[in-house]
Design a protein around this ligand. Sequence first.
Ligand SMILES: [Zn+2]
Ligand SMILES: [Zn+2]
Length: 324
Amino acid sequence: MHAGMCDVIRLELPTPFPVGPVNAWWLDGPEPVLIDTGVHTPSSLEALEAQLAARGRRLGDLRRILLTHDHYDHAGAAAELHRKSGAEICLHARSRLGARWSPEELAELGRFAARCGLPAEVLARAQASFRRAARVVAPSPPDGALARLAGGERLPSPLGPLEVLATPGHAPDHLCFLAREAGLLFCGDTLLADITPNPILHLDPEDGFRRRPSLLEYLASLEALAGCGARLAHPGHGPDLPDVAGLVVRNLEFIRERQATFLAAVRGGAETPHALARAVFGELDVTGQFLALSETVAYLDLLERDASLEVEWWRDPIHLLPAR
Ligand SMILES: [Zn+2]
Ligand SMILES: [Zn+2]
């Protein structure tokens, strides 16, 4: 079979999250590859096996599982699919598959959110809702099943070699996979049809007491994808993306506009990250407030880089000063 002519089978798998279904991609051939796995729930596993069976394919034939990032909807079923197929699991060295954050690290994230001005009861309720969601987290796969990646590798696939692109931003461990010959990009949550992915306030997997500049990293990742030469991208949610370079431009425009909105709100008197989040996003439920704070903090890095404001990160609460 000519490389690039293989079937790419889209498996649409249900999740219990507001994001709706997630896409997993089966690259068909004598040694099939699966990109992302869906969540670790019986209904997702049933859907995956039923959709494969409808195409006359068997999970047991799977050779390799590639994970775009360790969020539950993309990576949750990796251990289970490995158990059923023996497939190797390829993932970023930073991925924390099935691993929980330590209580000390969670406490550090809590202290940071509190210094951002997030009320303690909002944080407590947001953390409780994340703990409920974490019930669908999978058990960890055995270490021997894992192949750790850093970006720059080439992995064999029925589409020809897949180039591994490190694209942090949406998540610190995010990878995209490029089938250069076929002009196909598997972009996970780095590019989506209708929304610019939200960088979630994240502890650094390499050091839970630091925070990563997720939006600055995301901008660099967008730039890399704009020039990657793909003619079509298969995302982690929703429909295929036919114009990768154009979508990158639209994302960059969105980010520039939102940056201006944040700056205007700081000039309008928002003095803490939480106050800024409320000024920009208005009233939200507790999870929404945490996500809004995540996005706000990410934009503070960008505004600080552009010398539009000063952030006194060391103060409690953290204090924002527009540049004069
Ligand atoms: Zn994600
Ligand atoms: Zn996702």
